[in-house]
Every structure is written in C-alpha cells, then in structure tokens.
Ligand binder design. Structure first.
Ligand SMILES: [Zn+2]
Length: 214
C-alpha cells in the first residue's frame, strides 16, 4: 500500500483526527511519526519511513514549532524528504497560522480541519498518489472541487477542474518574490496576502494582475 509520511505533533488532536478521516476514505496509508514517541534511535526509522513514502506532509502548528527539539526533527524530516526527492506539502491551519519557515517545500495548503470541503479537497490531493488502477479512471476535477477555504478568487476550482489526473498541473505554480527567498511551490488558494511558507516574509498578490508563475 502506498503511503504518505506525516510530520506532526500528537498534541494536534483536531488536525490528526481530520487527516485520519481523510486517509480512511482513501487506499493510501498515513505514517504518523510522533515527535514525542520516537523509537530509539529515531533517525533510522524516520529515514526508512520517508524513503518508502510517496510524499511528506508537514502539519504546522504551535506544538510543532514550539521547542528546539521538535523544530530540529521537522528540519531533519524535511531535509531527508528533499534529499530523497519526495514532495513536501506544508499544511497550515487557517485559524492558527504558525510563522515557522520550512525552507524546502513543493506545495503549500492553507486549510481548516473543521471545513468538510477542505478535507474533501485534501482527500483528492492524497489520492493523486494512489498508484492503483481503480483510481486512474476517476476525474480529479470532480473529486477536488472548488476552493480551499479563505481563497479570494474563483480560479482555483477551475484550475483543478481542468487538471484531470495530472498532479503536476494541480495548484498554482508560484515563486516567492522576495530576493532572499525565491522558493517555488504550488498554492491552492488565491490569497491576496500571505506569509511565504519558506521565508515567512509577507507576500501581496493582485491576482487580477499577476498570472501564475511557471
Ligand atoms: Zn519566501
């Protein structure tokens, strides 16, 4: 069974429950490694788990960035995923932004664990990693549907809807405009203002003026 590594803190009960419910509705397996309960020595197990996963999800929260201990483990996991050429998805809660920079990422999602529409969209994104033939017959646009919560425009749903079966064409390709950053990732909501997940400097976007960057 294909899997996705989930970097999280066990204290984030609501987010964990939300992602458990999402994965339960897919054929993908979520690997939850808890910073608080690593087996000894932790790095080998984590490395194997990431190696075997199709992607890594980082569930940002105050608990995740609250201590040097957990911060270092997040860094280790993200660095490993980068070295192993795995996509890194940063998930930040709409209700609780955490200005903790993740220097390498491929996708940035702002969501609400309370929002059923958001969770359905995430389910659709998770399923793009499902290698089973059953999934290939489905149209992603129908699964993923509209905007993630908080988006200002109506473009994301259309982009997702047109992007049948091609994960690489989901999301809006974006490049941080700050000179000291310039990290490229995909975003899934058209916020007019947000903090870059890689450098945490504020970005202002006028979507009527700014076409997606390739
Ligand atoms: Zn940046």
């Amino acid at each position: 069974m294909a899997s996705i590594f989930i970097s999280h803190s066990k204290r984030d009960v609501e987010a964990i429950n939300a992602f458990c419910q999402v994965f339960a509705r897919t054929t993908m397996r979520a690997i939850f490694e808890e910073f608080e309960n690593y087996v000894v020595p932790p790095w080998t197990k984590i490395k194997n788990d990431i190696q075997q996963s199709s992607a890594a999800f980082v569930l940002l929260s105050p608990h995740l960035s609250g201590t040097p201990y957990t911060q270092n483990w997040v860094s280790y996991e993200v660095g490993l995923a980068c070295a192993l050429n795995k996509p890194v998805w940063v998930y930040e809660q709409l209700e609780g932004p955490v200005l903790f920079p993740i220097p390498y990422l491929t996708d940035y999602i702002v969501y609400s664990p309370k929002n059923r529409g958001d969770l359905n969209s995430i389910k659709g994104l998770v399923e793009t990693y499902d290698p089973s033939p059953a999934f290939l017959g489905l149209g992603l646009g129908a699964i993923i549907g509209g905007l993630l919560s908080g988006g200002a425009g109506a473009g994301v749903g259309a982009i997702m809807g047109a992007a049948a079966l091609q994960r690489k064409s989901l999301g809006i390709p974006f490049r941080c405009p700050h000179e000291t950053c310039g990290v490229q990732y995909k975003i899934y909501s058209q916020f007019q203002q947000f903090a870059c997940p890689a450098c945490r400097q504020i970005i202002y976007v006028d979507w009527t003026q700014t076409p997606p960057q390739q």
